[in-house]
Design a protein. Sequence first.
Length: 103
Amino acid sequence: MTDPNFQALEKAPAPPQRHPPHWIRHLIRQLIGWALIIIGIIDLPLPGPGWLIIGLGAIVLAPYVRIFHRFVEWLKRKFPQLREPLDRFERRHFPPHDDPPQT
């Protein structure tokens, strides 16, 4: 029996990542955020968590809209126990360099 040649596998290029372009991700995030804001406003007079839905929309829109960013910063100061979950959400969904590498 011969040993398999693994050197060829090490030199094989990685398959291309199939992520949508960054502007599509930004557009989808903004659509989701504004949809949450609108649904929350509609839900305010109805029995339901209208303010919670508006808050979630504000958190999603925080990187794009200054007033929502200020709201999230206020939440972090006012409620220190929310700081880590909000920071984790930002790191996961809004990385510092969201643009794909240029080749």
